[in-house]
Design a protein around this ligand. Structure first.
Ligand SMILES: NC(=O)c1ccc[n+]([C@@H]2O[C@H](COP(=O)([O-])OP(=O)(O)OC[C@H]3O[C@@H](n4cnc5c(N)ncnc54)[C@H](OP(=O)(O)O)[C@@H]3O)[C@@H](O)[C@H]2O)c1
Length: 201
């Protein structure tokens, strides 16, 4: 049975991933609050302490990280800093610090998003951060070694998020289906790429 660390386990995608994994894996749930393991990925020391506590895993799935969505003209240096320190550098540091704790042939699976390739008004920070995550995955995969795979899932609109925002959710993919894209990557022989999880793709 694989031992899988899920960072962001209390969130929409994290809860779905934990549910899809069910009893098929030994799941280590982590987030900033409300999980058995507490970690703040914006602080490298917090990531180091997490791995010192939990030890080796077969895989790390990260669905944590904040990135502000707001019009270009309203985005301050502070807003850019949040996206860069949280969703980008949080995930980079999770791989940098966590890779030695991933067993040979294991997997590190991050989160980007389709706004990386398909920007919309308000997505300037999201598009920039997601594109950087896509690039990081391509580059890290060739250096991490020991057969450890580095990938990302690129979710499109998620049904539950659209409903929460009062939008027509017909173009969305349920979180459970997005979660299955993450869990497939635990075994699929792919590395160095971002896999889209969106309706019709
Ligand atoms: N939902 C969508 O429609 C959608 C679409 C495309 C891409 N995505 C991407 O998918 C990812 C997850 O989305 P989601 O909707 O599941 O988010 P969510 O419901 O807001 O959950 C985020 C999770 O990450 C944790 N987290 C946030 N900052 C953290 C930090 N610094 N350190 C450790 N844990 C932290 C949260 O824990 P706490 O609550 O304890 O802070 C929570 O468990 C994000 O990268 C998002 O950009 C989402």
């Amino acid at each position: 049975m694989k031992r899988v660390l899920v960072v962001g386990a209390t969130g929409l995608l994290g809860r779905s991933i934990v549910e899809v994994l069910g009893d098929d894996a030994e799941v280590v749930e982590a987030s900033r609050s409300g999980s058995p393991e507490i970690v703040d990925i914006t602080h490298p020391s917090s990531i180091e302490q997490l791995f010192a506590r939990i030890g080796e895993v077969d895989a790390v799935i990260c669905v944590a990280g904040m990135v502000p969505f707001l019009p270009w003209s309203d985005a301050t240096a502070g807003d850019w800093g949040i996206g860069i320190s949280s969703k980008l550098m949080g995930q980079v540091n999770l791989v940098r610090i966590g890779a030695p704790f991933v067993r040979d042939g294991g997997a590190l699976i991050l989160t980007t998003g389709v706004l990386s390739d398909h920007p919309i008004p308000g997505s300037c920070i999201v598009t920039t951060v997601n594109s950087a995550v896509d690039g990081f995955v391509r580059a890290a995969a060739i250096e991490v070694g020991r057969g450890v795979r580095v990938t990302a899932v690129s979710p499109g609109w998620i049904t539950e998020s659209m409903e929460a925002m009062g939008m027509d959710s017909s173009a969305g993919l349920p979180a459970a289906e997005v979660a299955r894209v993450y869990t497939r990557l635990l075994d699929d022989d792919v590395t160095g790429c971002s896999v889209v999880a969106a309706k019709g793709m």
